[in-house]
Design a protein around this ligand. Sequence first.
Ligand code: DX5
Ligand code: ZN
Length: 223
Amino acid sequence: MIYIAPSLLAADFANLQTDVKRIADAGANYLHLDVMDGAFVPNISFGAPVIAALRPHSKLIFDIHLMINEPIRYIDDFVKAGADIITVHLESCNDLDAVIQQIHKKEVRAAVAISPATPVEKLIPYLSKIDMALVMTVVPGFGGQALIPETLEKVRTIKRYALSKGLKLDIQVDGGLKPENVHLATEAGANVIVAGSAVFGSKKPRKVIESMRETADAHPYQA
Ligand code: DX5
Ligand code: ZN
């Protein structure tokens, strides 16, 4: 099953409630929420209070992508705000095992992300402990960038490893995904597709989501 996760970063920040409803009605599965602290990444976006304010207005899976230093300090806040999935960056945690445990203790799905410069080998030891791996297909920090095709090799490595170990693991890709290139990600083994500008930026989000899903279904993992 392919899940489409539009990123709120590309929404109309003056009309979040209506914009989220618009993409839910268009068939999105997850709402991807990019939290940036201006330190781990150069940009600042929004935090737990904004997510908590949206929570009562949406039934979408809240998929929170924390691009912040030492996220362990804020896990409880994001759980309280309504997280279904919390993703932390491997590069931003001093004790990644402790963060994963903290997320699981709250009965929230845990995911770990790697930026384009991080070798996939660093993530492998954690794959059996998490619910989802996030392979960044752009340098984190900003929406609307072009996908870096070389990053998809990491998706392939993770998929191969997960299959060889019989792991039940989702593989998410994030950055520059759109109907024209989503097949590259699904053929490599990704099943959760983040799309910010492609979906929120479109006047016809239903068309974009349907076209992404059709293309993804037509291009399953190729070993
Ligand atoms: C980048 C964020 C992405 C971003 C994706 O740091 O993690 O989720 O919003 O936006 P698009 O799909 O526009 O590249
Ligand atoms: Zn993201």
